[in-house]
Write a protein that binds this ligand. Structure first.
Ligand SMILES: NC(=O)c1ccc[n+]([C@@H]2O[C@H](COP(=O)([O-])OP(=O)(O)OC[C@H]3O[C@@H](n4cnc5c(N)ncnc54)[C@H](OP(=O)(O)O)[C@@H]3O)[C@@H](O)[C@H]2O)c1
Length: 263
């Protein structure tokens, strides 16, 4: 078993998950990171670059190929973490998808609904269940072990977008999942947090970049800039370090004031 704390981040090949993996490595965590199998024709595995950045911080690295929506693979993810490190200090549920096509709520298809829910809510919930069980199982064996769970939700848990109802519904459900885990695990000394990113510059928002550029310039985001993946990663670092351990159930907006009530 490693003496260093270990973080498992889902969906760490790019965007917010990638930034979290690099930031937590800088904070002294060994890193296990998941991504789906590489797309056909890809030159290198997308996790390789992240692994190199983690190694620059002198941390150990475990890439895991896993589709979060495939529940049959979840036990295998935890077995790999256990085999490599023998502990899990921070679980970050980050993997998520947007609808492939934005559709009015009156046109949302069952296929798109199931696809988004399958990763963002069903997959995230059941993998977190595995992670929590594993943390409880390892608690007695590791002195000073203070594990934590973090869910990457979204402002869309509260803000309605009629053109991507399935995404908003998945994030609203995930928010309650975070609260239920926080409630259940509080007495076991495992704090649980939810981060709600606002408009963050990643592949997910690339297709709507121009629209958001205009909206941000127009004042939609009070801090008047895009969020960067590193803005989210820094917030996670504070949670992962334990700075908010007496605040289980905390929801942290990382959105430049997007959700601030204004007149
Ligand atoms: N960008 C924003 O403005 C924004 C705002 C609020 C919340 N969020 C949330 O933040 C999280 C990260 O988003 P992002 O913007 O960084 O998105 P992104 O750039 O599209 O990256 C998504 C990541 O999730 C992985 N992923 C997707 N489906 C997966 C699955 N079924 N199993 C395993 N991994 C999967 C992808 O891995 P592959 O390489 O395998 O595709 C990729 O690493 C998501 O939960 C998203 O909903 C984003």
């Amino acid at each position: 078993m490693t003496d260093s704390p270990v973080a498992l981040i889902t969906g760490a090949s790019r965007g917010i998950g990638r930034a979290i993996a690099i930031e937590l490595a800088a904070q002294g965590f060994d890193i296990a990171a998941t991504a789906r199998v590489p797309r056909e024709g890809a030159q290198a595995h997308p996790l390789d670059e992240v692994g190199a950045r983690v190694a620059q911080h002198g941390r150990r690295w475990l890439p895991i190929e896993a589709d979060v929506s495939n529940l049959d693979g979840h036990a295998g993810v935890m077995e790999q973490v256990d085999g490599a490190f023998g502990r899990l200090d921070v679980f970050v549920s980050n993997a998520g998808v947007a609808p492939e096509r934005r559709m009015d709520v009156l046109e949302t298809t069952p296929e798109s609904f199931d696809r988004v829910m399958g990763t963002n809510l069903r997959g995230a919930f059941f993998l977190a269940q595995h992670a929590a069980r594993y943390m409880l199982h390892r608690r007695a064996a590791i002195a000073g072990f203070r594990p934590r769970l973090v869910f990457i939700g979204s402002v869309s848990a509260e803000a309605s977008s009629p053109s991507r109802a399935e995404y908003c519904i998945s994030k609203a459900g995930l928010s309650m999942a975070a609260r239920v885990f926080a409630d259940r695990l509080a007495g076991d000394g495992i704090p649980v947090f939810e981060i709600r990113p606002g408009i963050i510059r990643t592949d997910m928002t690339a297709p709507v970049q121009e629209r958001y550029d205009a909206a941000i310039a127009d004042g939609l985001v009070p801090q008047r800039r895009w969020g960067e993946p590193e803005d989210v990663a820094r917030a996670i670092a504070a949670l992962a370090r334990g700075d908010f351990d007496y605040s289980t159930g905390l929801v942290v907006d990382v959105g430049g004031g997007l959700m601030m009530p204004r007149l």
